[in-house]
Design a protein around this ligand. Structure first.
Ligand code: FE2
Length: 202
């Protein structure tokens, strides 16, 4: 069975008033994400050992394997983008009490969490991702990954929230100003409701 591009959980123009225009989403979802899905299907089709594996299995199987690097890149990017769309919301930015309490416990304050997240997202040299994860010992942690890498492979924790910091994520709206893109995400776009729901499911 082939992998398919998941639909956006909102209309492509729904974030335009909040700093992410329709053109960005049409390119990012319809072209970039779709290209990863198409490439992944092509790679799996050519490799009998990979056929029938779930996306998560493909990511874990190909992680660190030089011979399977293209599989890892495209599988990771498919998974990461799928989680990224869920991390955005037209009504984002508001932090539910349960998450606010946990952020305050583990980072000292919500502002300190945002500072930490921004530092990771700004500091990811080149292409990559910034993440809020829940570690195995029950602590919230901010981390970053390069290119297609993902906490699903590194085992750093359960993903609650992610921001794509590849240039294709922000160049139409913010040009080279990645820090402004990150601030806008944290204050207006981040789907903290979804992050809180994931936190409560643990
Ligand atoms: Fe992306």
């Amino acid at each position: 069975m082939s992998f398919v591009l998941p639909p956006l959980p909102f209309a492509p123009g729904a974030l335009a008033a909040h700093g992410m225009c329709q053109e960005t989403l049409e390119l990012h979802h319809g072209k970039h994400h779709n290209a990863y899905v198409t490439a992944l299907n092509g790679l799996v089709e050519k490799n009998d050992a990979l056929k029938g594996k779930s996306l998560e299995e493909l990511i874990r199987t190909s992680y660190g394997r030089e011979d399977l690097q293209p599989v890892f890149n495209n599988a990771g990017q498919h998974w990461n983008h799928s989680v990224f769309w869920e991390s955005l919301s037209p009504t984002g930015g508001g932090i539910p009490g349960v998450l606010e309490k946990k952020l305050t416990e583990d980072f000292g304050s919500v502002d300190k969490f945002k500072e930490t997240f921004k530092a990771a997202a700004v500091g990811q040299f080149g292409s990559g991702w910034a993440w809020l994860v829940l570690t195995r010992d029950g602590k919230l942690k901010v981390t970053k990954t390069l290119n297609a890498s993902t906490p699903l492979a590194t085992g750093e924790g359960k993903v609650l929230l992610v921001l794509d910091v590849w240039e294709h994520a922000y160049y139409v709206d913010f040009r080279n100003r990645r820090p402004d893109f990150i601030d806008n995400f944290l204050s207006k776009l981040a789907n903290y409701e979804n992050a809180a729901a994931k936190l409560q499911k643990t």
